[in-house]
Design a protein around this ligand. Sequence first.
Ligand code: UD1
Length: 385
Amino acid sequence: MSGKLKVVGVVGARPNFMKIAPLASELEKHPGDFEFVLVHTGQHYDPLMNDIFFSQLGIRKPDIHLGVGSASHAEQTAKIMLGFEKVALELAPHLVVVVGDVNSTVASALVAAKLGITLAHVEAGLRSRDRRMPEEINRIVTDALSDILFTPTPLADENLLAEGVERSKISLAGNIMIDTLIRFLEFARKRPVVSSLGLEPAGYGLITLHRPANVDEPEVLSGIVEAFLRIAAELPLVFPIHPRTVKTLKASGLYAPLASAPGMRLIEPLGYLDFLALMKSAKMVITDSGGIQEETTYLRIPCLTLRENTERPETISQGTNLLVGRDRDKIVAEALRIIAGEAKEGGELKFWDGKVASRIVAELSERKDMIMTPAEQRLAPRPQP
Ligand code: UD1
């Protein structure tokens, strides 16, 4: 296709925002080649889960907002599909770009694929091989439907090849979230959040927890809370809490004892810069997030991941990450080792270098000829698997 490529980028939930930000600004640097339209599904809507990221990361206001909000997986996915189908038909883009692995990712990928619009997935090829995680289903489906798969690591390429994805569709671009981290690290350093919370650099641990497998069952959650309380007796812990986790902590009567425990600071979800500032100066991070495993590896901060598996194994083999599952004693033992100075050191990962968005945009320019116009998309026979 010749002329300007109309690209629709879709975001919905907090971890999408730091992935679209560098791509949006890179595409906007080439107005003669690309027209970029940003669609927000509305999966996350609280100001602290949403608006603050747009303002801090300098992402422009979404051109279209679907206002979907929270619901069961089926309902949320279906609502996004209904809303995005109308938008995609109206906008008639050449390309839809989806990022990450949230419900907004898979829902918009399904719509694009069924309308025959060329689909690119940024952060393709991650696999935890645990289909109990909704994100794993989202990754598998999105990758199976995508025409261009931008991967963060060579292992992600291997995962896709093993599933039969053609090599020509895969492009090893690197970790796009690290583009954002590198760009904003200096701004984060200037944030006074560590001292405002009364903490000392390297004198506290930082916690995040929101995965359904950890927070939805009160029994599991209470074991994890007990581990936090034991660690907090040795090292102050700061815990910005996701709304899902607040709900279950309150419903199971765990919120009050946690909030009043000595050494424990429960706070509202933080914006990007304050969270980065806290992560950068922490003694350790305890998390069940996907992205934080990568960010701590880049920052060389020890990370304990409260999961049995990870779709980001390079953070273990080459980084500072360690899987500790949900076993209370194991969590405490590994935290105490870090406090005692026995932390993993980690190393550098290839292409986690701040240049991922520019590699992606260069690749899109190269592949431009293969991307069909909306009229061609409608007439083209759908390729058989
Ligand atoms: C979603 C993603 C997860 C990602 C996480 C980051 C899926 C399947 N999951 O999980 O991969 O790591 O975002 O946060 O897409 N809520 C609010 N305000 C909000 C958003 C959510 O109160 O702005 C509450 C609602 O009660 C909702 C619950 O949190 O029911 C869960 O939100 P949802 O978007 O379904 O999933 P997350 O747990 O946030």
